[in-house]
Design a protein around this ligand. Structure first.
Ligand SMILES: [Zn+2]
Length: 435
């Protein structure tokens, strides 16, 4: 269903965007002043990357330097700031229509059909496009839309769900986990739910299993790999594993780049995802460093679709450093996972790290976990701390040397701080100076 473009054709489209941007936008004119012509891929790799800070500093309404059209017949959106500072973007209605078209194709491939009743549980408002674009996507598919949102009282959300019995829930992992917490602690029947579609964050395996406990008949799937900056960058077929995505080559030119070794990644090598949107001329997005890590799969997908598949490897920089070692958040998740759903323990958590002590020479590490019964869950505090130390050696060493204070705490469901715009919980809060 998604068109496949040979690399040569992709480059041709990317080159068209490049020339348009250089000619019509002040920002790109300056940025590309030393690049004359792009004839082949060798020329293309000389095009400098676009960073998040550049997008932030040069977007409308601060300046119009990235825009190539006047502000007319346009939509203004925000990325929501979950990955640093919120960036605004503009696109024409025509471009938005194309964004919706590809999202609808991706959702159809996942099996969302006309007779599905779909609860839209994304956060609405604050220029964040997910809530209203889900509305447009569902309209295109013809499915029944319940625009509940998740910025209303959770009891009200549950009331609508029990009243209309949607078979599909779409939201962020944070919200789906929160609903699972509520369904489990209040003993509600969620067996009519067949699909849980998530977007915006990664959903760990243990969190997936947790959702299964509350919604026994539900299949969990990632809606798509997309961002407010770039639109859809990856879609899944029924052969894709949970972190694998086909590239819509007719819509997006995706490269994977290794910044340490300064080279384009071949198959099997991990690097950062670099995106050039092939449909957006109003505010071109060219070789944008989106901030995710990925790897090309080294064989074609067995579904028959020729669009290449990449494996998403998490967020670049979603690690923290202790004792000179980089620790991936996956290890924190693993340490917690065996305790999730015991005595009300939720899969929603936050790890905070801060400097303490007179000379700020010590480290306080706190793992705060939501629970439907924080008092009862508290009996697992030590066991979880032990598991964290077992999983992450530098924490264990730090505790033994009295350099790290490790704490595990439980708070009531819904009380960890959420982004007011997107509703996401920040799993890592590194408050140390210089981080
Ligand atoms: Zn496939």
């Amino acid at each position: 269903m998604f068109k496949y473009l040979e690399e040569e054709k992709r480059l041709e489209k990317a080159r068209k965007i490049f020339l348009h941007a250089k000619k019509n936008s002040k920002f790109y004119e300056e940025k590309y002043k030393n690049i004359d012509e792009i004839e082949n891929y060798k020329d293309w790799v000389k095009v400098p990357f676009l960073t998040r800070t550049e997008l932030f500093n040069n977007s409308y309404p601060k300046t119009r330097s990235m825009l190539t059209y006047p502000i007319k017949k346009m939509l203004i959106t925000s990325t929501g700031g979950s990955s640093g500072i919120a960036r605004y973007g503009v696109m024409t209605y025509q471009e938005y229509e194309e964004f919706v078209n590809v999202q609808a194709k991706a959702m159809k491939l996942l099996g969302i059909k006309e007779d599905d009743i779909v609860a839209n549980l994304f956060v609405a408002g604050n220029l964040w496009p997910t809530f209203f674009s889900v509305a447009d996507v569902l309209k295109k598919i013809g499915a029944v839309h319940l625009p509940i949102s998740s910025n209303i009282n959770v009891d009200q959300i549950i009331k609508y769900i029990l009243e209309f019995k949607p078979n599909v829930l779409l939201s962020l992992p944070t919200v789906l986990i929160f609903l699972a917490d509520k369904f489990l602690s209040e003993n509600l029947d969620g067996n009519f739910i067949k699909f849980l579609g998530y977007a915006g964050e990664h959903l760990s395996k243990s969190a997936q299993e947790y959702l299964k406990k509350a919604f026994k008949n539900a299949k969990t799937f990632a809606l798509a790999y997309s961002s407010a900056d770039c639109g859809l960058m990856g879609y899944q077929c029924n052969k894709c594993k949970s972190n694998e995505y086909h590239v819509p080559t007719d819509f997006q030119f995706v490269e994977i780049y290794d910044f340490e070794r300064e080279k384009i990644c071949g198959k099997g090598e991990t690097g950062e995802v670099i995106v050039t949107n092939l449909a957006r001329f109003s505010q071109p997005i060219i070789r944008y460093r989106i901030g995710d890590l990925a790897q090309w799969k080294d064989f074609p997908c067995s579904c028959g679709d020729k669009n290449p598949v990449f494996i998403l490897k998490g967020r670049a920089g979603a690690d923290f450093k202790i004792g000179g070692e980089y620790i991936s958040m996956q290890r924190v998740e693993r340490a917690l996972s065996t305790f999730v759903s015991r005595d009300g323990i939720s899969a929603n958590y936050q790890l905070s790290i801060e400097d303490v002590g007179e000379e700020r020479e010590k480290l306080k590490i706190t793992l705060t976990v939501e629970s439907s019964t924080p008092d009862i869950s508290s009996k697992w505090r030590e066991k979880i701390a032990e598991n964290l130390m077992k999983e992450i050696e530098p924490i264990k060493v730090g505790v033994e040397m009295d350099y790290v204070y490790l704490n595990v705490e439980f708070v009531k469901l819904g009380s960890l701080e959420r982004s007011p715009i997107t509703g996401k919980i920040k799993n890592l809060k590194d408050k140390r100076a210089g981080v």
